[in-house]
Each structure stands twice: as C-alpha cells, then as structure tokens.
Design a protein around this ligand. Sequence first.
Ligand code: NAI
Length: 345
Amino acid sequence: MNSHDVVLIPGDGIGPEVTDAASRVLEAAGAPVRFQVHHAGLAALDRGDEVLPESTVDAIRHCGVALKGPCTTPVGEGFTSVNVQLRQKLNLFAAVRPVRNLDGVSTRFDDVDLVIIRENTEGLYSGVENQVTPDVVMSMKVATETACDRIARWSFRFATRRQRKKITVFHKANIMKITDGLFLRCARHVHQTEYPNIEYEEVIIDAGCMKLVQDPSQFDVLLLENLYGDVVSDLCAGLVGGLGVVPGANIGEELAVFEAVHGSAPDIAGQGVANPLAVTMSSVMMLNHIAESQDDPVCRDASSRIKSGYNQTLSDGCLTGDLGGELDTAGFVNALVERIEASDS
Ligand code: NAI
C-alpha cells in the first residue's frame, strides 16, 4: 500500500495530547500516512532550536502536507506567532474552517452549516508594528490586490466545487475604506465576472456578528480578512459546542497544514482532559485533501471511517468534559477507536 509522508508538529500545551490522540485514531482507521515528527513553538525552543526551525519548514515543503498541534504565542511580548510565521513563510493563504452541528452535541442551534474562509497572510497580522514616540505605537494593516484577489478567487472556486450557494464577505469598509475597500472590490469583481451564479453579499462585520448569533443558518460561506476571520472563527465555534469541535486547514498553492482552530489551552494542558476531536477532524480534512490531490481511495476510505466513527461515538453520548460529558482525552479516543474497529468486523 502507498504510504504518504506527512509532517507532524505536536505543538505546545495540549498539542502533544491531542495530536497523539489523532495519530491513534488514524492508525486504527488504517490511514496510509507515515508521520515525520518536527517541532515548532516552545517545544522547539525547549530543544535548543529556533522557535520555527528551518528544518520544520523544509520538511513541510518536502512532504507537502502537515498535521499541526497548536503553538503558544506570548502575549504582549516575546517572539512573533509561529502560526502566523508558518502561514506567511509557506504562503498558506487560505484558512478553511467548517463549522457544523454534530450529532449528540446539543447547542442553541441545530442548523449550523458554515464554512469560514480567512485570508491568512496579511491584514493586521503583517507584523508591521512600531513605536512612534514613547507614548504612541502603531500597527499597520496591509492589503494587497494580489492577496485579496487570490483569496476571493479561491473562495468562489471552493464554493462552486462544494455546491455552496452563497458567499458573504464580512468587512468594515465603512471605516477602513482603503484596505477593506480593496478586499470588497476584489471579491465583488470575481463574483461579477466569473461566478455570477453564486449568491454574493457584503455585511458590515459588527452587524454580521449579531446576525450570526441570532440565526447562523442564514449564512453559508463566510469570507473574511485575517483578523476578522480569526475572531469570527471562535465566535462560530461557540455556536456548535466550542473550540473542541472545529477543525481547520491552511491551504496554499501546493502545501497544506491542517490544525484545529483552538490554541494550546494552557489552562488544561497536561491534565489529559482536552477534547481531541478538533484535531481528529482536521486529520479527516487532511485525508480528504490527500485523497483528492493524489487520487488515493484508501485515504478517502480511512477518512469516512473516522468520520462515521466520531459521529457514532458522539451520538452514543461519549463526550469529553468541554461538551458536558465525563470522558477524558484517552477515554474519548478509546471509545472512538472501539467504534472504528467494530466497523471492520
Ligand atoms: P485556546 O483556544 O487555547 O483556549 C480557549 C479556551 O478554550 C480555554 O478555556 C481552553 O481550555 C478551551 N479549549 C481550547 N481547546 C480545547 C480543547 N481541545 N478541549 C477542551 N477545551 C479547549 O485560546 P487562548 O487561551 O486564547 O490561547 C492559548 C494559546 O494558544 C496562546 O498562546 C495563543 O496564542 C495560542 N493559539 C494558538 C493557535 C494555533 O496554534 N493555531 C490558535 C489560537 C491560539
């Protein structure tokens, strides 16, 4: 059987716990992947390396695909986010975060089926910050036509392939007329000239957030610049059960890094209670990506076995603490692996 080399970055905090769990699940489902472990973040610093070692970046360039645990970023001081650096270095310009209700996870809503697409390389995450005078600091929001056009094009192509009906851009072009104005202009142009059949709307982000928490079913694909996409991803996670259940992918022209939306959760790290589902779901997205890009039906099969397995596990009421259940990380993985293996017999 053909095996695919994939970089595994365990990450920091709960990262190693949840990526270990996802590895067990992939193995139980017979996923044809061979992990090469490389480090980034505090885990790399602890090993006496750079925060984002060149060897990790090169390994992803070589393998083309990575599964990544979250990496801690110090707040208000210290090094630049490894996550932001990685996305910029590898030009992983589209963050894709599907947000859906899951059987067995009850929330205020039962009809959430959204995909968030976040521009991943610029905006206020460009890292252009400086101290103008001792008491004046500034941060630059960068938007380029190349990146705005690229993410708009990618989003409409994605929507078409996935039979999605509508793209909504959340923006603040009433205030940031030039930067958000450019983002809107590019999306509008791609819609009008190439994808008139996909419904398109523009919503000012503050009202958009209100609409999201009132009735998320009115949205389909959300397209946002970097900071808005980051914030709205967590808001949407809250609609379907929290950060433990929302996966993600960072996609470029040739490379892809799969990771949950959540961070390293220092408040619960080391306790063995983190929900490994978001990273496991990210690994399902990874298998689908390999299946599509390399035409591998074995990856497709493993991905659907994991997906049916976690749907069954959740429907049977096997839930981790964050979802109101009593299972710890290992307990949830055991329950999931049991169901995947039972589907063999
Ligand atoms: P966080 O996502 O780590 O945690 C927010 C809350 O959600 C915490 O109460 C945490 O316990 C809970 N939570 C998150 N994931 C969970 C899981 N799988 N199971 C159960 N509960 C879970 O966000 P926070 O606290 O803002 O950030 C912590 C660190 O993570 C920071 O250093 C931040 O920069 C980093 N971060 C890294 C990301 C990445 O690597 N892609 C993404 C987001 C944050």
